[in-house]
Ligand binder design. Sequence first.
Ligand SMILES: Cc1ncc(COP(=O)(O)O)c(C=O)c1O
Length: 345
Amino acid sequence: MRLHIREMLDGQRTPHISFHTPGHKRSGDDITELSYSDSLLSPTGVISAAERDVAGILHARRSFLLTDGSTCGVFSMLFALKERRVRSLAFPVSSHRSVYRACRVLGIEPVLIPQEGRAGIPQQPTREAVAAAVERADALLLTSPDYYGFLAPMSAAKEICRTHAKPFVIDGAHGSHLHFTDMYAGNFADMWVDGVHKSLPAMTQGAVVSCKTEEWEAPLSEGAKTFRTTSPSYPIMASVEEAVKWPRNPLIEGAAEAFKREYGAVGNDDWTKILILFGEHADGAQRTLEERGVYPEFNDGNYLLFYLSPCTKESELKRLGEILKGLPRGTRIAAGRIPIYSEGV
Ligand SMILES: Cc1ncc(COP(=O)(O)O)c(C=O)c1O
C-alpha cells in the first residue's frame, strides 16, 4: 500500500531555500504546509489521500489525522457531541484526564460510572453499571482497552446506547493495534480515537479520530479543526499513516501470550500489555530493570506494566524474561495509587 505523505516528503529532497517556517531553516521532512504539501485543516492532496486510506483500514466513514495526541481526539469527539446537543456524558471514574478536561471546557456534565478496584486494578464497568449511567446521561464514553489491558463491555454498551438512541464514543488511546480484530473500537462506537503512537509505531503525539457514519462527519471535523494545531508536524503525520498501514506481527503476538503464561502475568485481554504483580517489591524491581537498561511503561506501586507493539523484538522479550527470573515477587497490594492517569478521583 502506498505511503502518500512519506512519498511526497521523499520526492521533495531537492535543495530549496526556506523563506517559510519552521525557523530552523533546514530542508528535510520537517516542513510546513507549502504549495505541494497539502493542508491538514482543508486537505485535498496527500493528506486527504492518507486520511482516506486510514479510514478504510479503520472501518470508518471518515478519519482525521492528529498530531496532538489522543487528547485532541477526545476533545474533538466531545465537541461533536456538544454540537449534537449532548449536555451530559456518562464515563467511568478512572477515565483519562482529557475526558474530564474536555467536559469542563465544553460545559458537559459528567455522569460518573463507578469502578471497582480488584487486586489493585480498576475493573471495567459492568453492563448493569453502564445501563444505569446511560439512563441518566445523554451519551456514553468508554475506554477500551484500558491501560491495564482490559476491554470495555463494548458490545453491551453499543446495544444499550442503540436502544436509548444515545451516542457511544470510545477512547481507544491504547487500542489502535486491535484494528485487525473484532475487539476494535471502530466495530462498536459512533466515534473513537486511536492513540497510534502508543501501540503502533507512530511518533509520539500521532493519533487518529474517526467516525462511523455521515451523521458525525461534520461535527467531528469541526471538533478537530477547533482543537488541533494549525502547524502540524509532517514527520508525525507521515508516521501515523505508516503506523496504521503497519502489518500485523503474529510472531510477537504469540510470543507475548506465551511470555505472560510463563512469567505469571495477570490474565488480561490485550497482548501489548504485560502486567506483572510485584507488590511490595515493585519499586525495587523497577530499579533493577532500569539499571539493566529495561524500562517498563509504568509502576503503579503494585504492578509493572510492559507495553509491547508490533515492533517489539522476541530477543527483547527474552531479555526481560531473564531479568524477571531473578526478581522477587511480592503479593501485598498497596492502596491508593490507582487510577494512575486520571484526575477525576
Ligand atoms: C486512556 C487514555 N486516553 C487518552 C490519553 C491521551 O493520549 P495522548 O497522550 O496521546 O494525548 C491517554 C494517555 O495516556 C490515555 O491513557
